[in-house]
Design a protein around this ligand. Structure first.
Ligand SMILES: *[C@@H]1O[C@H](CO)[C@@H](O)[C@H](O)[C@H]1NC(C)=O
Ligand SMILES: *[C@@H]1O[C@H](CO)[C@@H](O)[C@H](O)[C@H]1NC(C)=O
Length: 391
């Protein structure tokens, strides 16, 4: 009953003054780009559910070339709000500020939450404070809704791991909704990468009709009829630098999605993070052959490539042309349509370390679609030596 009530509420825009006496939770997705924000979103959703507070849906924070201030894109530009309501109570941030905030969160009651005091960008500021609006995207985010904070609240040692402790009850004890109708966090109340227990919440993150239409239209008008493999090639210069960390760490960004959260499935290695075009071509050929063996009438006809830098369209066409397979990419830069297309592909090969790939993998897991990772599992380099040993 509950979800339907809220769907009507959101769709009709009536009754929007209905106040949730259990309180609200807001946060700034202030870390990273879309992939990281999506990981954090699932954590924030689980956290607000555990605290039984309505989640104020933060807009997505985007950065445009040549602009110093981040741009805030409403949650529902990309995803359906109704679907989230099947899991928990949520409200768009704009709607909250327009209809609810004037009643329960007047300017003089706006307090920002952070674990410990943060340092101000301005060295002359020595007061203990969250400095929730210091820097980009912190300032632009709250400015989008004309929010200023009058005070800070340091919530440590409370934390966000509601799955392995009774911390949710402790939050409610320390910050009852009667005194604290809104908890506004300086950053996401969630871990990165997404906790294993929260991965399944991806089910409630469903593309908006607008994005789905664009994805469908591209597939229909640009890909040859037949099955296709979607691939994600993460290879920009920032990524090349980030992959240096594979030498010294056990985990990097989204790597637990294939290596396991405790490295149950192996250690980190360079090829998992950054692939040569030889690895890409070899793995594509292998998958195309495998698909052919399994089902002759469902042959791979094309490859859809999403990339932040080099799509390798020419290389893939040169290598796979003789197999009757062509490579394609969007004409425009549109990572969300990229993601939506990758989510519907017959097969997907992604980058295990990338949180952008992780979004696709989670969505496909929900749908029961197959996914693979580049250079995973690791090829055993000692195979030949072992053979000699055995001989
Ligand atoms: C959770 O919040 C809803 C909405 O305010 C309320 O109706 C419900 O009783 C709360 N549940 C618990 C267990 O407190
Ligand atoms: C093979 O692929 C075709 C086309 O996608 C599908 O209709 C058919 O059911 C598949 N057959 C098997 C045995 O999976």
């Amino acid at each position: 009953m509950f979800p339907i009530f809220w769907i009507l509420l959101i769709l009709c825009g009536v009754n929007s003054e209905e106040i949730d006496s259990s309180g609200y939770l807001a946060y700034c997705p202030c870390m990273g780009r879309f992939g990281n924000q999506a990981d954090h979103f699932l954590g924030g959703l689980a956290f607000s559910q555990a605290l039984n507070r309505t989640l104020i849906l933060p807009p997505w924070v985007e950065y445009r070339k040549g602009e110093i201030r981040s741009i805030q894109v409403p949650y529902d530009k990309y995803f359906k709000v109704e679907k989230l309501l099947e899991y928990h109570r949520v409200i768009l941030m704009h709607d909250f500020m327009e209809h609810i905030a004037p009643q329960i969160w007047p300017p003089e009651k706006r307090i920002s939450f952070c674990y410990l005091e943060r340092q101000s960008l301005n060295k002359e500021n020595t007061k203990k404070d969250c400095y929730a609006k210091d820097g980009n995207p912190f300032g632009p985010f709250w400015d989008t809704y004309n929010i200023d904070f009058v005070k800070s609240e340091f919530f440590g040692p409370l934390h966000f791991d509601v799955h392995h402790s009774d911390v949710a009850a402790k939050w409610s004890q320390k910050y009852p909704s009667s005194n604290w109708p809104v908890l506004a966090f300086t950053g996401a109340p969630a871990s990165f990468p997404v906790q294993m227990e929260n991965r399944k919440l991806q089910k409630y993150v469903v593309w908006s009709d607008e994005i789905q239409e664009k994805a469908k239209k591209f597939i229909k008008e640009n890909l040859p009829k037949g099955a296709f493999i979607g691939i994600h090639l993460r290879n920009g210069i920032d990524w090349v630098r980030a992959c240096e960390h594979t030498k010294t760490s056990q985990h990097l960004f989204a790597s637990p999605q294939c290596l396991g959260y405790n490295n149950e499935k192996g250690d980190l290695y360079q090829e998992l993070c950054l692939q040569t075009k030889e690895i890409v071509v070899k793995q594509l050929k292998r998958l195309i052959k495998k698909v052919k063996e399994i089902n002759k009438s469902n042959e791979i006809k094309s490859i859809f490539v999403a990339s932040d830098s080099n799509h390798h369209i020419g290389d893939i066409n040169a290598a796979l042309g003789r197999m009757g397979v062509s490579a394609h990419k969007l004409d425009e830069d549109n990572p969300h349509v990229d993601l939506a297309i990758l989510g519907t592909a017959n097969y997907f090969i992604g980058n295990c370390v990338s949180s952008f790939s992780a979004f696709v993998k989670r969505e496909r897991d929900v749908k029961g679609f197959p996914s693979y990772f580049w250079a995973f599992p690791k090829e055993r380099s000692h195979r030949y030596e072992n053979k000699h040993d055995e001989l």
